[in-house]
Design a protein around this ligand. Structure first.
Ligand code: AMP
Ligand code: TRP
Length: 340
């Protein structure tokens, strides 16, 4: 099984785009139940709290959102027996040191070209070094676990490409140190759009809005948001993101929620009305999220169990990442301490 790593920021509540574009595939890609322990632990997932600090935030919110997000990832089906879940700052020393070492391989020019940096820094009076450096920390997350595959939504394409470039440059300069990872994308749901503005991607950072469905929204609210989705004044249902972004987004959601292909979704609704499509999408999304919500209610009543899983995850993550960091230290010429 390929070694997998991915992360999610606790900058807000998990939304439907996160679930369809990433989480669902993290869960599905875990080793099969009963895989021998020696082969398990190959799927590593991280709540990237250090990344969440690169935009303005409230410290109390960060702490609460970090715990909620970890709980929700477990409720979504990440399984301690089959994968490793940890909070980035719990092994923050290792990730930060790796970032510092990689800072000398990454260049200002390539970081400046990152569209996420451009979007988030645009119009700001002052831009933090953290926001600029964000992709190098992300490269560290990935490279520290000898990652082969990074399951992400479409918006992370450029960051994973940069990670590959940094890793290859480092290997060329200092000798073979890193595995070269590649991004993997889901067949549907890789880019879920805002329901009210289907040319903009759905995002948790905008707070509660009618265009964004949160995984923990109650079913009535989910249905209401989906049924109010902006479409177009035409009547035929087909997948065409240019001409019909709203309808295409609903088809994408349907495919992701029912695990069918886009082609199957489009032909299923051929000849039906927009209203029928909306009802079917709402039902499918509610059916997909209801078990997650039920499990979340159970788990959030047992914070000690979540703490235990996260503590164990952090310990295993440190065991995995430390030898890779040591490899880097040796490669770049740092003197090993005599006693460790
Ligand atoms: P973030 O919330 O930015 O930390 O994203 C966590 C994961 O969800 C990443 O793999 C993103 O690519 C994915 N993701 C975020 N928003 C969307 C979206 N609207 N559609 C599909 N995937 C998304
Ligand atoms: N930048 C990613 C996002 O916004 C989050 C992230 C941080 C990540 N480190 C990662 C994703 C490592 C995959 C692998 O979604």
């Amino acid at each position: 099984m390929a070694r997998v790593f991915s992360g999610i920021k606790p900058t807000g509540e998990m939304q439907l785009g996160n679930f369809c574009g990433a989480i669902q595939h993290w869960v599905a890609g875990q080793p099969a139940p009963g895989t021998p322990a020696a082969d398990a632990g190959d799927a590593v997932f991280c709540v990237v709290d250090l990344h969440a600090m690169t935009v303005p935030y409230d410290p109390a919110d960060l702490r609460r959102l970090t715990r909620e997000l970890a709980t929700l990832l477990l409720a979504s089906g990440l399984d301690e027996q089959r994968s490793l879940l940890f909070i980035q700052s719990h092994v923050g020393g290792i990730h930060s040191e790796c970032t510092w070492l990689l800072n000398n391989t990454a260049t200002i020019g390539e970081l400046r070209r990152m569209t996420q940096f451009k979007d988030k820094s645009q119009g700001q009076e002052s831009v933090s070094v953290g926001l600029f450096n964000y992709p190098v920390l992300m490269a560290s997350d990935i490279l520290l676990y000898d990652t082969e595959e990074v399951p992400v939504g479409d918006d992370q394409r450029q960051h994973v490409e940069l990670t590959r470039d940094i890793a290859m440059r480092f290997n060329a300069r200092f000798g073979e140190t890193f595995m070269i990872p590649r991004a993997t994308y889901p067949p549907s749901g890789a880019r879920i759009m805002d329901l009210q503005n289907p040319t903009k991607k759905m995002s948790k950072s905008g707070g509660d809005s009618p265009g964004c469905v949160f995984v923990l929204d109650d079913p009535k609210r989910i249905a209401k948001k989906i049924k109010s989705a902006v479409t177009d004044s035409d009547t035929d249902i087909r997948y065409d993101t240019e001409a019909k972004p709203g309808i295409s987004n609903l088809l994408d959601l349907y495919a992701a929620a029912t695990k069918s292909t886009l082609g199957e979704a489009a032909s299923h609704f051929d000849g039906q009305r927009y209203g029928d499509l909306k009802v079917a999408v709402a039902d499918a999304v509610v059916a997909m999220l209801e078990p997650v919500q039920a499990r979340y209610a159970e788990l959030s009543a047992d914070p000690a169990e979540v703490d235990r899983i996260l503590a164990h995850g952090a310990q295993r993550a440190a065991e995995r990442a430390t030898p890779v960091l040591d490899r880097m230290r040796d490669a770049v010429g740092l003197l090993r301490p005599a006693i460790r």
